[in-house]
Design a protein around this ligand. Structure first.
Ligand code: UFG
Length: 329
């Protein structure tokens, strides 16, 4: 089965591409390298430099490579940036995804696995969050992903499209072989920033907010290993290929770790000490984001295997300590 992977050179996309190869699918990576990295894609994977806004090229590639299914990761994904530059997010995420949907409709590729986010829920009324919780995103990034889910649902009702939307909680960790990992510029995520402090590239790590209604006052997040996200994508694709109907699933571990707990885990596993600074809350951060992943466990028999905090930190540390400059040579 030939699978077009938009954004396949990005953090999550590249790990999914490895899993597709391992499980006998043929990924064709489509990436404009605005944030992705050529070296995140193995030499034996077909790699096409292209933009999701280039509608005619996208359609040409879908036809030329006899694409059966699309996995769509290509997107802008920084919450803070989405608030100050919403135009970029509506263009790249909403308009870009509309192009993908229309290219699929016009070429007959009708199976889509979509990279969605816990940000579609906003501040939850209760945790763990189930898929039918209210959708009230608190930032533009989450709004755009929710709009895309709405478009996919309408296209699925009207046209020959079936999709699975996977709503990730906090993706973390790196490939177990240590060959690929997380490399964002600028980096804003907690774990990679802590590793930079552990490597001495930053003088400290800041905790954003210590007065949340949580046991230690810092935010709780549900960290899920990127390799466990990868297996969920392949299960979702298999489900669609076997005739499954359109669905949305959460991907998390049903367990929240506080910012302080994550810092302590990194100190313990790396054996490195570094300074920790307490700062005011970061705007828009919910106190607790914890997934219920019962639905995908029950329906697709997904089980996270690498998402203990020890495995997440150890795999990410292997990547960051051996690639202190990320993919840059
Ligand atoms: N944090 C700090 N200090 C830092 C960076 C982050 O204390 O230097 C805190 C944040 O305030 C938050 C937690 O660490 O409480 C995790 O922050 P991240 O920026 O790593 O991740 P987010 O939870 O904000 O966002 C992630 C993804 C989003 C996605 C969201 C959905 O990056 O794309 O999860 O839950 F929308």
């Amino acid at each position: 089965m030939n699978v077009l992977v938009t954004g396949g050179a990005g953090y999550i996309g590249s790990h999914v591409v490895e899993e597709l190869c391992k499980t006998g699918y043929k990924p064709i990576v489509y990436d404009n390298f605005s944030t992705g990295h050529i070296d995140a894609v193995s030499d034996d994977v077909q790699l096409i430099e292209g933009d999701i806004h280039d509608f005619s090229f996208l359609k040409h590639v879908i036809g030329e490579y006899e694409i059966d299914a699309v996995m769509h990761f290509a997107a802008s994904s920084l919450v803070g940036e989405s608030m100050v530059d919403p135009a970029k997010y509506y263009y790249n995420n909403v308009a870009g995804s509309l192009g993908i949907l229309d290219a699929m409709r016009e070429t007959g590729a009708n199976l889509l696995v979509f990279s969605s986010t816990a940000a579609v829920y906003g501040e939850p009324d209760q945790v763990p969050i189930t898929e039918d919780a209210k959708h009230a995103p608190t930032n533009v990034y989450g709004k755009t992903k929710l709009m895309i889910e709405t478009m996919m649902a309408d296209y699925a009702s009207a046209y020959d499209l079936r999709y699975v939307a996977l709503r990730y909680f906090n993706a973390a960790g790196a490939a177990l072989l240590g060959n690929i990992g997380e490399d964002h510029n600028p980096e804003t995520h907690l774990l990679p920033l802590i590793f930079k402090a552990a490597l001495g590239e930053r003088k400290d790590i800041a905790i954003f907010g210590t007065d949340y209604p949580t046991p230690d006052g810092t935010c709780l997040r549900d960290y899920i290993h990127v390799c466990d996200l990868a297996t969920a994508h392949v299960l979702a694709l298999k489900y669609l290929a076997e005739g499954g109907l359109s669905k949305a699933y959460n991907l998390g571990t049903e367990h929240g770790f506080s910012v302080r707990e994550i810092i302590a885990a990194v100190k313990k596993i790396t054996g490195k000490d570094f300074a920790v600074r307490e700062e005011a809350r970061r705007a828009g951060d919910p106190a607790k984001l914890i997934a219920s992943s019962e639905k995908i466990k029950k329906e697709l028999h997904w089980e996270p295997k690498h998402s203990s905090i020890e495995d997440i930190v150890a795999s990410a540390w292997r990547w960051h300590s051996t690639h202190p400059n990320g993919y840059a040579k």
